[in-house]
Design a protein around this ligand. Structure first.
Ligand code: A2P
Length: 268
């Protein structure tokens, strides 16, 4: 049985929706994104993640994925790595328009505006596929209502790995709902660690040295006015979290909003 057929072979368990895939885009040998219809009744806040997957044999094979489209959209977008031996992504990378995927009924997560106290600037700091929840937030009008400035940082190894965020920023700027706000309030900073680019180096290095702020033409981080969301690999979260904790930022949660929130970019 092909992976393509696997996606469609059995009735979904009661705690899952099925949704039809609408489009698939392969960015690199290791990265792809897809859109699917939004199940009627699926509610989420921009920045949240949800379990998604395929039926493999008798059982659903599920992983957590950030939703990369905003809460108001009628399609869902997901951005994924293709792990050669990943139980789900090795299959998911073969999906085609018309296939069905499984979607959990309970989106959740901490990269939500509700988990942050009021501030003036919002920093969305990401590496790799960690940019996915921020692709959602930069198309949500509430982001621009709550923050005067929104600064998205995305660091990858090579140039083509930035294509997804380039498109997400372009989509936000052209969006009839948030385009005007995004053009006026959203700034982006991209850097590469293993190829040439106007800015090179890890985001931690660029923040510590102040180069990130010089490049943006923005003042240094200030916990009185800035709020931060962080999404990337576990080591990246650890290091960025340590850096901004040293600067006096307190971590927030859904129950107790604070100055920064973190979430691991899920993948396997
Ligand atoms: P580097 O090339 O120096 O490892 P990954 O695919 O491993 O998640 O990496 C995505 C991006 O995140 C890469 O540019 C990588 O830089 C960077 N990165 C990896 N670990 C950290 C870390 N601990 N702190 C900041 N950036 C990191």
């Amino acid at each position: 049985m092909t992976d393509h057929a696997l996606a469609q072979c059995a009735a979904p368990p009661a705690n899952l929706y099925t949704a039809r895939v609408e489009s698939v885009r392969h960015y690199t040998d290791a990265l792809f994104a897809f859109t699917c219809e939004r199940p009627a009744g699926l509610r989420f806040r921009s920045g949240e993640f949800v379990m998604i997957g395929l039926v493999a044999g008798e059982r659903p094979l599920l992983r957590a994925y950030s939703i990369a489209s905003p809460a108001w959209d009628d399609v869902l977008t997901f951005y994924s790595i293709k792990a050669p031996n990943g139980p789900l992504t090795s299959r998911l990378q073969n999906i085609k328009p018309g296939d069905e995927i499984l979607i959990g009924r309970k989106p959740t997560g901490t990269l939500v505006l509700d988990a942050l106290t009021q501030g003036r600037r919002l920093f969305l700091i990401s590496t790799g596929t960690g940019v996915a929840p921020f692709a959602s937030l930069i198309r949500d009008p509430e982001t621009y209502q709550r923050f005067a400035r929104v600064i998205l940082t995305h660091t990858c190894r090579t140039d083509r790995e930035l294509d997804f965020s380039r498109e997400a920023v372009g989509a936000a700027q052209r969006d009839p709902l948030v385009g005007e706000a995004a053009c006026a309030q959203l700034r982006t900073l991209t850097s590469l660690t293993r190829a040439n680019h106007p800015l090179t180096g890890r985001i931690t290095t660029l923040i510590e040295s102040g180069v990130a702020f010089t490049a943006l033409g923005e003042p240094q981080l200030d916990q009185a006015h800035d709020r931060v969301m962080i999404c990337g690999s576990a080591p990246m979260l650890r290091d960025v979290k340590a850096l901004i904790s040293q600067a006096g930022f307190q971590e927030g949660s859904n129950h107790e909003p604070g100055a920064f929130v973190v979430e691991r970019a899920f993948a396997s």
